[in-house]
Write a protein that binds this ligand. Structure first.
Ligand code: GDP
Ligand code: MG
Length: 163
């Protein structure tokens, strides 16, 4: 059985774009509307010589109905439980939000290997947010751009250590 990583983070940080980037597929639905990925998706990921399974999750949609919110929270928690490790994603352009802290707490409590990805860090705009991500206490953030494919080398190094 291959090592599995759950992609965790609040809506709109780029989880599904990361999923697509690592699986080379368009399986995960990418949408400008937060929380649009409502179903759990699994895919075979490949990064250079590394092979692993990744699980895309919805995150928690702000303003969602209680039921929907509950379902998404449950989905996130079950993905954290079932995976061997976690790819925790924040938006480097926005920086660390209270929702990020909420998810970081869930992730920390799982006691599993975590790779902290500061996504949308292409160009200079992402630097401050990537720096802020240190405060989550989940280790060194990996500056990344799922959309532009930047930071692949750093992610590869982090994965090699975690896998
Ligand atoms: P999710 O809700 O966490 O799954 O986020 P999505 O993958 O659906 O992406 C949300 C929005 O962020 C979409 O408009 C993406 O095109 C955009 N996005 C994703 N990754 C990046 C990135 O690396 N840089 C920038 N600038 N935008 C990105
Ligand atoms: Mg998504």
């Amino acid at each position: 059985m291959s090592f599995s990583l759950a992609i965790i983070g609040r809506p709109n940080v780029g989880k599904s774009t990361l999923f697509n980037r690592l699986t080379g597929k368009k399986l995960a639905l990418v949408d400008d509307r937060p929380g649009v990925t409502r179903d759990r998706r699994e895919g075979a990921a490949k990064l250079a010589d590394l092979r692993f399974t990744i699980i895309d999750t919805a995150g928690l949609e702000e303003g969602a109905s209680a039921t929907l919110e509950g379902r998404m929270r449950a989905q996130t928690e079950s993905a954290i439980l079932s995976a061997d490790g976690i790819l925790f994603v924040i938006d480097a352009r926005v920086g660390v939000t209270p929702e990020d802290k909420y998810f970081a707490d869930l992730v920390r409590r799982a006691g599993k290997p975590v790779i902290l990805i500061a996504n949308k860090a292409e160009g200079k705009v992402g630097e401050a947010g990537a720096y802020e991500a240190f405060s989550l206490g989940l280790g060194d953030p990996v500056p990344f751009s799922a959309e532009h494919g930047e930071g692949i080398g750093a992610l590869y190094e982090a994965l090699r250590e975690a896998l």
